[in-house]
Design a protein around this ligand. Structure first.
Ligand code: AMP
Length: 829
């Protein structure tokens, strides 16, 4: 389930044996004293290999103190080690003669030492690890006339500070056979994640410690955000942060970067005195769909001033060139993975000014100079005529020169780069949108007159024949959502999700449907759902995205109630916050952030999804019409956005707080069954959701911060990400939970006891929440009325024998829900 190549949390538990008594062929070298205490049974297995079983059974004799010492065990640098014992222990009742002295436990000790010389130490120098008793985790061994139970017990020791240690087993009068001893440590195995290599990492000394490990970018990749992961005490890699990206010219494939091959054949076409036409062939190994070509050219020996043209075709005409001059061209292709390498240099020459008049080749330079001087003079005269001041003459000069030097400035999708002019180096023209490098902003598809143009600007067209639809996985507002596979040229087939536009759509529906792709296609972040492309040239119209195996987060959490560690939940929240930080940096306000709009994959990576224009809120079943006419998912929305439609990244932060609450309560519905009107009123009056059960106080505090009435006081997404990172780095900070009694007492402020009218009896209530099996226990222990039930605490439940955490939660949450409904409010701020 968790083993996969993707981004975040995955589980590859790895332990390394320091000793396994079952695999030692020769003498173990263990010492027993007194000599008549523990003894090795000289048995061999079917391959005649010794089975190192030690036994002792002095149950009839008083004052037993039998020690068995292992040989020195190197810890190989590990500071926490685990000891797994397999043993049988006779039940004293089966030994009537020894009942007075018979014991059913033995003790395990250790002694640390840097070398093997430390063996002759006194008993009292050993440190006790634990008393070992047989428990229920046994397997039955059929020994012919009787059945023995083989117990397995594991203990851990740490932090260790020396190079090795001895173990000792002390018997005080039991009947034991120690069948095997395995000593091991855990490590997070070396792995490549997000194109960064993480080394084999021995887990930390503390059982709750997460070690932050830095990754190193693999060959041909560079750091985008410093890659890090956390090695847990259990040997799991958790919560990857940051990533590397393949360098320009290299494509990511199977966790490596291999370059797509450069364009190798370039042919010249028509040549005039001012232009050169070129055509070329697709690279031999495109390694993906070629999105466009970049053609760089410059006058020979003038490389500092060059022009770049981008083209989706395999031919261009470079114009505005100097007559009779040699130009150098280089071409590279771009796929979804980035640019390939530039081709070798191809050199072509424009025609001289007038071939007819140039029979005497020596005259060409004179003609070129005269024509150039003529052009310049003409520009000066025109500039002079068009303007009235000296300054304007200068500008006229500059612009006419620029038009010669950087002809592609006027080209639709081109950008120009000239070392002499730093201003121009930063200029990037993109369909009328001027962008500064490094500050990418979201472009509202509404700004395009033709929405089809927007979708093709930001989304790749995919041929329907490349898609195999497998099954329906959900229903979207515009049609079914299916899972399937996508096979792109030069790439392995991979799973995708496919949203379809149902037949009979209106033009507006088509526009709105594809609007989501126009938005999604602008984003590139590991926590934002990735758009593969669209199908618009055939029917049905489709949007193809990466496939998220675990579907939407709210459903997934409800299905897996109570199954994750706090760190795993925080990892999910960190991912969502990181995606939201990216969106807010891009200037995109989501407006419908909720767990149902987060998708989660098999590695528990959460990605923000559901982008749209006005339709976002229309297709959300949670969205309700407000008095002002808009449709808003009330429970997730900040008060200022409900009241006067002030949607900002700060209102997204409020929604993020609600998502935190949903995650920590495993998909509970915010404000339970309260009506939207009651929610608005309670929030307006300063009430807030109470902490979910077992929620770390630091996380609940963060939720409350997100729910500050003053939107400027709420944390920003980058602050949320750093705060969660800090908690992940220091998991002990998550150990302080919101005090259960304060949680409940907050809810009990000014309200009548539970049960008045809601349920007629305890039995009816428990049945309603599918916990009917506990009715008898509740009644027998005096919880026979709903008023009495109102006083039940978590401790009471445990005492009553409700030991399953899931059941405890169900009961406590139901109680809480009833109480909240009665107070018609939540935790007052
Ligand atoms: P939507 O229209 O985006 O709300 O999608 C409807 C449902 O389809 C979601 O709630 C998910 O269960 C499922 N779904 C949508 N996109 C994906 C995806 N990329 N991977 C897996 N399931 C998806």
């Amino acid at each position: 389930f968790f083993l996969s190549q993707e981004n975040t949390i995955f589980f590859l538990l790895f332990s390394v044996n320091l000793l396994d008594s079952r695999t030692v062929m020769g003498d173990l070298g263990w010492i027993a004293y007194p000599k008549n205490g523990w003894e090795e049974i000289g048995e061999v297995d079917e391959n005649y290999a010794p089975i190192h079983t030690y036994q002792v059974c002095k149950v009839m004799e008083q004052n037993q103190n039998n020690w068995l010492l292992t040989s020195w065990i190197s810890n190989e640098g590990a500071s926490r080690i685990f000891i797994e014992l397999k043993f049988t222990l006779r039940d004293c009742n089966s030994l009537p003669g020894g009942l007075g002295t018979c014991k059913e436990t033995f003790n395990m000790y250790y002694f640390e030492s840097d070398d093997e010389d430390g063996r002759n130490i006194k008993e009292n120098q050993y440190i006790k690890i634990d008393t070992i008793a047989a428990d229920e985790s046994f397997t039955e061994l059929d020994l012919g006339d009787r059945v023995m139970k083989l117990n397995t017990e594991v203990r851990d020791v740490g932090p260790l500070t020396k190079k090795g240690f001895y173990l000792a087993f002390q018997d005080v009068g039991a009947c034991i056979a120690l069948v095997s001893v395995r000593v091991y440590y855990k490590k997070c195995p070396s792995v490549i994640r997000n194109l960064a290599r993480f080394p084999d990492t021995i887990t930390g000394a503390d059982s709750s410690q997460l070690l932050e490990v830095s990754g190193v970018c693999i060959n041909h990749s560079v750091t985008e955000e410093a890659p890090k992961m956390h090695c847990s005490a259990e040997g799991e890699w958790l919560v990857p942060i940051g990533k590397c990206l393949c360098k320009a010219g290299y494509e990511e494939k199977n966790n490596t970067c291999q370059a797509p091959s450069p364009v190798s054949t370039v042919k010249k076409g028509k040549i005039t005195k001012n232009s050169i036409s070129l055509s070329w062939q697709e690279p031999d190994r495109p390694n993906g769909i070629i999105l466009e070509y970049e053609i760089k050219y410059f006058e020979k020996d003038q490389e500092t001033s060059y022009t770049i043209i981008k083209s989706k075709e395999t031919a261009i005409t470079a114009d505005g060139l100097k007559p009779g001059s040699a130009y150098v061209f280089q071409i590279r292709a771009r796929t979804a993975a980035g640019y390939g390498g530039f081709s070798r240099r191809f050199e072509f020459e424009t025609s001289p000014v007038s071939v007819a008049a140039s029979s005497d080749q020596s005259q060409i330079p004179i003609i070129v100079v005269s024509v150039t001087v003529g052009v310049i003079l003409l520009a000066v005269v025109i500039g002079f005529l068009l303007s009235g001041s000296c300054c304007d003459h200068g500008c006229g000069w500059a612009s006419s020169l620029r038009a010669v030097a950087y002809p592609s400035l006027t080209w639709r999708c081109g950008y120009s780069k000239a070392k002499q002019d730093p201003e121009e180096e930063k200029m990037h023209f993109h369909n009328g949108h001027i962008k500064l490098p490094g500050v990418r902003t979201y472009v509202d598809p509404h700004t395009y007159e033709d929405p089809n143009q927007a979708v093709h600007e930001f989304a790749k067209e995919i041929e329907a024949s490349c898609i195999t639809i497998e099954r329906v996985i959900g229903a979207g507002e515009f049609g079914e959502v299916c899972s399937g596979r996508l096979k792109l040229q030069g790439k392995r087939e991979f799973p995708v999700a496919i949203k379809t536009l149902k037949v009979g759509y209106t033009e507006k529906q088509r526009r709105d449907f594809l609007g989501e792709a126009s938005i999604m296609g602008q984003f590139d972040h590991p926590n934002i759902i990735h758009l593969e492309g669209v199908v618009t040239k055939s029917k049905p119209v489709m949007i193809v995205t990466e496939y998220m195996e675990n579907g939407s987060l709210d459903t997934f959490l409800k299905k897996n109630d109570g199954q994750f560690t706090v760190i795993q939940l925080v990892g999910m929240l960190r991912g969502i916050a990181s995606g939201m930080k990216y969106l807010s940096d891009m200037g995109y306000v989501h407006r419908d952030l909720a767990a149902r709009n987060i998708l989660i994959n098999s590695n528990l990576v959460c990605k923000v999804s559901d982008f749209g224009l006005s339709r976002v809120l229309e297709d959300d079943p949670e969205a309700a019409y407000t008095t002002r006419g808009g449709k808003i998912p009330i429970r997730w929305t900040a008060p200022e956005a409900i009241a006067f439609r002030k949607f900002t990244s700060a209102s997204d932060v409020w929604s993020y707080g609600i998502v935190m609450w949903e995650v920590m309560s495993y998909g509970e519905r915010p404000y339970w069954e309260m009506t939207n009107q009651d929610v608005i009123k309670a929030v307006e009056e300063g009430y807030r959701l109470p902490s979910p059960m077992d929620c770390p106080a630091a996380l609940y505090q963060l939720m409350l911060d997100c729910w500050q009435k003053d939107r400027n006081s709420r944390p920003k997404f980058d602050e949320i990400v750093s705060m969660l990172d800090k908690l992940i780095r220091n998991p002990s900070s998550l150990k302080t939970l919101v005090n259960a009694s304060s949680r409940v007492s907050n809810l009990l402020v000014e309200h009548s006891p539970v049960g008045s009218g809601a349920y007629r009896s305890v039995g009816e209530w428990l049945e309603a929440i599918k916990m009917g099996r506990y009715t008898e226990i509740f009644m027998e222990n005096g919880y026979s009325s709903m008023d009495a039930v109102a006083q039940v605490t978590l401790e009471d439940l445990r005492r009553l024998g409700v030991t399953l955490v899931g059941h405890q939660k169900k009961i406590m949450n139901s109680l809480q829900e009833m109480k909240v409904q009665l107070v018609n409010g939540m935790v007052p701020l």
